[in-house]
Design a protein around this ligand. Structure first.
Ligand code: ZN
Length: 454
């Protein structure tokens, strides 16, 4: 009951902010930069005053006059830095990594942590377990960032004609997208969840009954949906598809656009920066949500990557979540900034579609594509797991794990095997081995998912 009360207040808070944040998408360049500058100063001030870890690093920074150009003086931070200094990075003394971990290992559905916070587990591609804490405002803005670019399909705020969005995805209580959808699904914008692990005919049946305008899904399901439409089994008229979590292949985009005359959009997001981008109305590429973050494209030697070239990594600064300041936080995704203003008229910086992470999909011999979520969700839900590496085998996987304490690895094997079985892998066989450390590749990068060479 307490959850429901807090949630209702939270939905109202989010709904109060929503119109302004939608309006921001049509702002001029000057207005976007002014908002970004003010939000940056406010974050730096809060971090310097309330975070023990950041206060030392921000010694050379005067938050009252700082600009985007000044932040290059601040050393970047990694996920390792965050996890090793978690308790002194966060700005609320009550929040401790130990408690956040124990909270996450218990929850079965969305839940609040320390009154009105949310804790989530990262599923990113860096190879190290990350726990991220969001305050009430940060969590609401996370949700707004994700949906505001789709407002015309959702008829947001219009109670009489608002349409539910369908999300064909994995439901994992400790992951950002699932948790956000649970916290904020309401009459303002309703999200109907269809588990991606259902057989395709069941997914088709659900879609036929809901008939959504907007469908959120992993790109790898698009071709199956198109095939069902071609056969006349799927009778829907969607206006747009919103893909996340995986690269969107041109073939999948083309066939989906042709099948329904619908827009197919792909956005980039991260547990550290929910809704860091929003879709371009022209289809390909995305815009950076610069009113709520700073993203720097960076070469492997730490120098800035010029527009028109692909970066090796990015540094993100999350401006909307003060409880866990992430300032110049490194993520190893490749970004390519566009030099000129986008033809769609938006004054937000545009980047090409982010194509990283394509190596993470496993394809088994009966053409079953398995999303890495099926592995990392159960692995990260176990709070003893620090790092892991999954090597695909003929009908399953060999998984090395670094763990902090004894754990029921057999039980974990069974959970992952049942995930694989539901996805369509026949007689799945998963073997988990405890190791002291995971060996990195020559480049020093940790590759967590190693596909079987066909
Ligand atoms: Zn655009």
């Amino acid at each position: 009951m307490e959850y429901e009360k807090t949630r209702t207040r939270h939905v109202e808070y989010m709904a109060g902010l929503l119109p302004e944040y939608i309006d921001r998408l049509s702002w001029s360049r000057a207005k976007i930069e002014e908002e970004q500058r003010n939000a940056l100063r406010s974050l730096l001030n809060h971090a310097k005053t309330n975070s023990e870890w950041h206060s030392k690093r921000l010694d050379n920074i005067d938050p009252s006059t700082a600009t985007k150009e000044d932040i290059v003086k601040i050393p970047p931070m990694s996920k390792k830095d965050l996890m090793e200094n978690w308790d002194s990075v966060v700005t609320d003394k009550r929040a401790e990594l130990r408690n956040a971990n124990s909270h996450l290992s218990k929850i079965k559905s969305d839940a609040y942590f320390l009154d009105d916070y949310h804790a989530i587990i990262s599923g990113g591609s860096s190879g190290v377990r990350g726990i991220f804490l969001y305050d009430q405002h940060g969590w609401a803005v996370s949700y707004i960032n994700l949906i505001r670019g789709f407002s015309k399909y959702l008829k947001l705020g219009d109670k009489t004609s608002a349409k539910p969005m369908v999300s064909i995805s994995a439901f994992v209580a400790a992951h950002a997208t699932s948790a956000l959808a649970q916290t904020f699904s309401s009459s303002l914008v309703e999200i109907r969840h269809i588990p991606v692990i259902l057989p395709i005919d069941d997914i088709v049946k659900e879609l036929n009954s809901i008939k959504p305008d907007l469908i959120h899904c992993f790109p790898n399901i698009l071709s199956s949906l198109c095939e069902k439409a071609r056969l006349g089994e799927l009778a829907i008229d969607p206006k747009a598809f919103w893909c996340t979590s995986e690269p969107l292949l041109p073939g999948d985009r083309n066939i989906t656009e042709k099948t329904w005359n619908a827009s197919v959009m792909n956005t980039w997001s991260a547990s550290e920066l929910n809704g860091g981008t929003f879709p371009c109305s022209f289809g390909e590429g995305v815009h950076i949500s610069e009113d709520v973050c700073v993203i720097e494209a960076i070469n492997s030697d730490g120098s800035p990557t010029p527009a028109g070239s692909k970066s090796d990594k990015i540094y993100i600064t999350n401006l909307f979540n003060h409880v866990m300041p992430l300032i110049r936080y490194e993520i190893t995704d490749e970004f390519e900034f566009q030099a000129n203003q986008c033809k769609c008229g938006s004054h937000y910086q545009k980047i090409k579609d982010v194509c990283g992470r394509s190596d993470d999909l496993f394809v088994y011999n009966n053409n079953v594509i398995v999303h890495p979520l099926n592995f990392y969700s159960p692995l990260f839900q176990a709070s003893v797991v620090l790092e892991f590496m999954v090597c695909q085998t003929k009908n399953g996987a060999q998984i090395d794990v670094v763990i902090t304490d004894d754990y029921d690895l057999k039980g974990l094997e069974k959970t992952i095997e049942s995930n694989l079985l539901r996805t369509g892998v026949l007689n799945p066989d998963v073997c988990i081995k405890r190791v002291d450390k995971i060996n990195r590749s020559d480049t020093g990068k940790l590759k967590r998912f190693i596909p079987l060479k066909q």
